[in-house]
Design a protein around this ligand. Structure first.
Ligand SMILES: [Zn+2]
Ligand SMILES: [Zn+2]
Length: 389
């Protein structure tokens, strides 16, 4: 089959590789009909995610048709149209039973690697390094789906692929990202970064009763799209001080909740952002946390910080004193996708949400390398790339 493989920093290629096979009785093989490039794929593309190996197949946002089933998968049949959650979960461990699917105890075959780095293993992810299980991803013609009786959601209506594809990751991620900011009805949520997840988070926030959303970015088309969804926007390159601006907009208190939709490659023009970048280049710190610092300073006392953007390792010069003094709550984590699939599909079906509005680029899989470069450089007003194998 053809698949998008990682060959090194800024080097991905569509290669011919062996077809996936059923390895366990709970596996399925999916023939992929649509797949997307995620902002978190760019962290791999940019060389910030360790334990990648040449030839690894990327992609964790995909859907398709069941073409082969293991003997123990009883809830699906050949020909079913499914969206696959990017978090691989067994469904039966204590974490899965608590619906904390991304913390599954059983789905990461490289558990010992993670135990050394994070203290405990978390769920395996498609196409996201050997630290996260070394699973082949879905930017390919076919993929093996483990625990297929738990993960994939069947799409039986005539919704288009583009309307349901983002159930695989960014729509549940946006929904959970808003939940974790714990903003009470009518309250104010500030969102750093206006990439695809944040664009969906603005919609999710209003559906969850948030009164005001303030979105920050510096790319005009992203800010414009956020504005169209009802957010107030800040171009952070045009204000002297983001914290002061946010306070001014919120009666001097600061937003009730803050969401980091950026992660470890935060850009910024302030002294701390420049220092982070230097340290990362010199390998003195792995993650750039300009956004986290800004959230800590801007958030109102007793508020919540929701970390949606990916972080990988160690951070430096984190204002822990402020977190402590202001009684802030911080929640991160990969999304518990399986928990949100049915309720979000229902909202799409009812017409409350149509996540396809963020798609700006549609390319055949063969042009995926071009898709990565365009998305990385935000060329041609690129916000989200969908690939068709
Ligand atoms: Zn993703
Ligand atoms: Zn589990």
């Amino acid at each position: 089959m053809r698949a998008l493989c990682w060959h090194g920093k800024n080097d991905v290629r569509v290669d011919t590789v062996p077809d996936p096979k059923i390895l366990n009785p709970r596996d399925a093989i999916v023939k992929i009909t649509a797949t997307a490039i995620c902002g978190s794929d760019l962290h791999i593309y940019n060389g910030f995610i360790p334990t990648m190996e040449r030839g690894d197949i990327l992609g964790h946002e995909f859907m398709g048709e069941i073409v082969e089933l293991g003997s123990e998968v009883k809830n699906l049949k050949i020909g079913d149209r499914v969206v696959v959650p990017f978090t691989i979960a067994c469904g039966h461990c204590s974490y899965c039973e608590d619906t904390l699917f991304s913390l599954c105890d059983n789905s990461n075959p490289n558990a010992s690697m993670q135990e050394a780095v994070y203290g405990a293993p978390v769920a395996g992810l498609y196409g996201y390094s050997h630290l996260f299980g070394g699973y082949a991803g879905g930017q390919a013609q076919y993929a093996r789906v483990p625990y297929a009786d738990i993960g994939p959601i069947k799409i039986e209506s005539d919704l288009s692929n583009e309307q349901v594809l983002f159930l695989s990751d960014i729509l549940p991620t946006a929904w959970m990202g808003v939940e974790n900011a714990h903003v009470k009805p009518g309250g104010t949520l500030a969102i750093w970064g206006c990439g695809p997840v944040s664009q969906l988070a603005i919609k999710c926030a209003f559906l969850q009763g948030v009164g005001r959303v303030i979105a920050l970015d510096h790319i005009p088309e992203r800010l414009e799209l956020a504005r169209q969804s009802g957010a107030e926007v800040i171009d952070y390159t045009k204000v002297d001080n983001v914290t002061a601006t946010l306070k001014e907009m919120t009666g001097g208190r600061g937003p009730d909740g803050c969401m980091d939709g950026v992660g470890l490659e935060a850009h910024g023009t302030s002294a701390d952002a420049v220092m982070d970048k230097t340290k990362q280049v010199m390998r003195l710190a792995s993650d750039r946390i300009h956004v986290l610092r800004e959230m800590v300073m801007a958030c109102r006392k007793g508020g919540s910080l929701s970390v949606v953007g990916v972080y990988g390792g160690l951070i430096d010069a984190f204002p822990m004193g402020a977190v402590f003094a202001k009684g802030l709550n911080i929640t991160g984590g990969q999304t518990h996708v399986q928990r949100y699939l049915n309720p979000l599909l229902e909202r799409i079906q009812k017409g409350e949400l149509d996540p396809s509005f963020i798609i700006t680029h549609r390319l055949p899989l063969e042009q995926a390398p071009e898709g990565y470069a365009t998305f990385k450089e935000k060329r041609d007003k690129c916000i989200k790339v969908v690939l068709t194998p």
